[in-house]
Design a protein around this ligand. Structure first.
Ligand code: CA
Length: 255
């Protein structure tokens, strides 16, 4: 009898080791969605993928949870009840200095380009159009978390030999140190953590300078020029691309 107990204790210990060995604190995702069936499906998916979840069905409840628990990411439905939409919450959070860094992925049933742009303008980091596969959801969440940890000073980013280390705020090209000013550094850090996407000057101002600072759109062009000049000797100036009619994009694919 004692032996059976020992055996099952040992077994539980082993299971515990297997389950908790990586001993990493799970990242917490706040799921804001008013349709219970969809919310539960998302929560189940995310928990299976190893995330902890918080749930809210409308904006004010979601805001309380963000303030109290500081989730690592918010999955935010666009259409929510009580007269406040996901966009309203997004704008409110981005205005709050303490909470503005929390990455947000908008969930939207609306596929039109206008709504996507509106979501990104409001400060969302990404958007997913319903219906989506659970696999896509998890991979998009992981991508946004990777980017945000890069910007907040965790892992170095490398694109084709151009490296940026957020911890030391150093940039190097093929191992050689790049002498870069603080604003150009922030611009490059934003670009490298958000590659292959065109940003308007206004979006870059919001993301790199912060929404509350008054800077003219033209200022962006000046810093883009300086950034290219800094990267030019190393052959990376072409990574900072002008997107006609929109703004700028970071890409290692040369058209
Ligand atoms: Ca909804």
């Amino acid at each position: 009898m004692a032996c059976t107990n020992c055996l099952s204790l040992g077994l539980w210990y082993l299971i515990g080791l297997i389950l908790f060995e990586p001993a990493m604190k799970n990242e917490t995702i706040l799921v804001v969605e008013d349709e219970p069936a969809i919310r539960e499906m998302i929560v189940t998916t995310l928990e299976m993928a190893g995330f902890d979840c918080l749930q809210a069905a409308e904006v004010s409840q979601a805001h309380h949870l963000v303030v109290d628990h500081r989730p690592n990411l918010i999955l935010l439905d666009w259409m929510l009840p009580n007269g406040l939409s996901g966009i309203d919450l997004c704008r409110r959070l981005k205005k709050d200095e303490m909470l503005s860094e929390t990455p947000i992925i908008m969930l939207t049933a609306k596929g039109e380009e206008d709504n996507k742009v509106q979501g990104l303008d409001a400060g969302a980091d990404d958007y997913i159009t319903k219906p989506f596969s659970t696999r896509e959801l998890v991979s998009r969440i992981k991508a946004v978390l990777r980017r945000s940890s890069a910007l907040s000073g965790e892992k170095p980013i490398d694109v084709g030999g151009l490296s940026l280390d957020p911890a030391s705020q150093r940039v190097s090209a093929h191992g050689k140190a790049v002498d870069i000013g603080p604003t150009e550094y922030r611009l490059l850090a934003f670009f490298m953590s958000h590659p292959e996407r065109a940003y308007t000057r206004t979006q870059l101002l919001d993301q790199v300078w912060g929404g509350n600072v008054y800077v003219e759109d033209r200022t962006i062009d000046v810093h883009i020029r300086r950034l290219r000049k800094v990267l030019e000797p190393f052959g990376f100036a072409d990574y900072i691309q002008t997107v006609r009619g929109t703004g700028y994009r970071f890409s290692n694919k040369i058209d």
